[in-house]
Ligand binder design. Sequence first.
Ligand SMILES: Cc1cc2nc3c(=O)[nH]c(=O)nc-3n(C[C@H](O)[C@H](O)[C@H](O)COP(=O)(O)OP(=O)(O)OC[C@H]3O[C@@H](n4cnc5c(N)ncnc54)[C@H](O)[C@@H]3O)c2cc1C
Length: 423
Amino acid sequence: MTVLIAGGGIGGLALALSLHQIGVKCRVFESVKEIKPLGVGINVLPHACRELIELGLQEELERTSIRTSELAYFSKHGKRIWTEPRGIDAGYKWPQYSIHRGELQFILLRAAIERLGAENIVTGHHVSRWEETANGVRAHFTDKDGKAVGSEEGSLLIACDGIHSTIRSKLFPDEGPPIWSRRILWRGVTVAKPFMTGSSMIMAGYPQVKFVAYPISKPDQNGMQMINWIAEREFEETYEWRREDYNRAAKLEEFAPLFEHWNFGWLDVPGLIRDAEYCFEYPLVDRDPRERWSYGRVTLLGDAAHPMYPIGSNGSSQAILDARVLAREIQDKGETIAALDAYEAERRPATSQLVLLNRGNGPERVMEMVEQRAPNGFNVVTEVLSQQELEEVANNYKKVAGFQVEALNARPSIVQPKMAMVK
Ligand SMILES: Cc1cc2nc3c(=O)[nH]c(=O)nc-3n(C[C@H](O)[C@H](O)[C@H](O)COP(=O)(O)OP(=O)(O)OC[C@H]3O[C@@H](n4cnc5c(N)ncnc54)[C@H](O)[C@@H]3O)c2cc1C
């Protein structure tokens, strides 16, 4: 039979490629009629880059992304709190990639079309409901106007349908919308001169007023890079925030004044905001971890399973890891309920812990601690935070998110590819 995948985003396409790699037939059903390279920048951590490389995608990734070499935290005055090497520079066998989300999705999409055949990536098919059958599960589809456009029977139905997952909403009808953190993100891209190493990711400020920047393209002939940035601000609970929508254009005047004095010399924050090519507004939201993901022949994956704050660069990385573990369990146990249960037993506890850690600002907690202890600034950061505290925060996050360098370098591959591929 065929594994039915709802959603052609990062998680759904990574799953399709992984199933193809082990010789399991699958079809992707995507709501939108035409997949477009939407979004802004995204970071893929070494544990997920390893999986993409083991899917044979390194060449394409190298062409379009930046190998992130360091991550640095700064105070709101632009003073350095903590720097750590990243990717290969940190001793991993695999890089960390900073890339435009649309580029990443299209690398996966092109590979999926080439390997599975275009007929198995079905667009304009929104999974609206499903029912179990004698041998599997039948998914029903609608188009954008809600008109029925057919159904298909498969062995399993995997919900990779993102933060607004229809399948999750039917499994948990009382859950309601995502939970707002009282913070709004403005995500933009600006063509600008490289800063620091040209492959550095930086964060400045503290959770209530924060700025993140990292390059997502190699320098062009004029030496300019596409710099992805995120400005973030906390609001009162009563603020009338707008529902999350990845395509909502932002108004620069709503947040630019907050950052007008943030020209640190090594990074011109007001300049980046002013010269943005485009910018989107997005509320910082997540959902409570669930006590269960799998119901019969249906399970959740990626943002449908564990939407989390984009703190610590884990959204797409964890979706990719879900896909690989699920493929491994299907290879081991067949297209069975037992495979879904084994997948859930590994991935649900790990990602639930991460959702909660991100609510406490994950590795960015050091910026919060500095602001609380020294709101007027500091001379040397160790006057405010000990080296041990800094290291503890960084190491604990890597442990929970599953990318400690020695452990990752030593662990065997998740998926053992089968040589004979089926189309
Ligand atoms: C348009 C868009 C832009 C984004 N931009 C960014 C960004 O700039 N930075 C960032 O960090 N993250 C971004 N994200 C989120 C990021 O892709 C995810 O957090 C992460 O990669 C996990 O991937 P996912 O596959 O679980 O979800 P997603 O990548 O969100 O993919 C879900 C897919 O499912 C489809 N879908 C939804 N409902 C159904 C249904 N019922 N049936 C069939 N298909 C369905 C959606 O159209 C989408 O293609 C964006 C997501 C989207 C959809």
